[in-house]
Design a protein around this ligand. Structure first.
Ligand code: RB5
Length: 149
């Protein structure tokens, strides 16, 4: 599986750790930056990961900022993206199972790297359950098509 990852300055340290963690587990990771912990604006990096997924360059995405909130909000502006801000492995699994989330957005300031690694494990290993959830995810896509109306 190919996974795109990015952060802002608040998530930079954990982005490096989580990138190496996934790489060490045989996952193909595309690091979309930043390359330093200089101050940056999280929407710019959330957009890069979201567009990589929307264009099919990666199957899943991982975003890391201070809370994970801002990056999830920004990523969800891109059509086809279902980004979930997650602070537990259980929610990561549910975001996949029920919502077919394609990006997990985690907190570099309030959740430690070990827990975020468990969150990523759950996110990458859980399949979408489909069934009754599929129609609901279809309705999310319909909201994108109904934009501006
Ligand atoms: C940066 O200070 C912080 O606002 C950002 O990392 C993130 O938490 C936004 O949601």
């Amino acid at each position: 599986m190919r996974v795109a990852i990015a952060s802002d300055h608040a998530g930079f340290e954990q982005k490096q750790i989580l990138r190496d963690y996934m790489g060490g587990n045989g996952i193909e990771v595309i690091d979309l930056g930043p390359d330093t912990d200089d101050r940056v604006d999280y929407p710019d990096y959330a957009e890069m990961v979201a567009r990589a997924i929307a264009h099919g360059d990666a199957e899943r995405g991982v975003l890391v900022c201070g809370t994970g909130i801002g990056m999830a909000i920004a990523a969800n502006k891109i059509d086809g993206i279902r980004a979930a801000n997650v602070i537990s492995p259980e929610f990561a699994a549910l975001a996949r199972e029920h919502n077919d989330a394609n990006i997990v957005s985690v907190s570099g300031r309030f959740v430690d790297a070990e827990e975020n690694a468990r969150i990523i494990d759950a996110f990458l290993s859980t399949e979408f359950a489909g069934g009754r959830h599929a129609g609901r995810v279809d309705k999310i896509a319909a909201l994108e098509r109904a934009k501006e109306r």
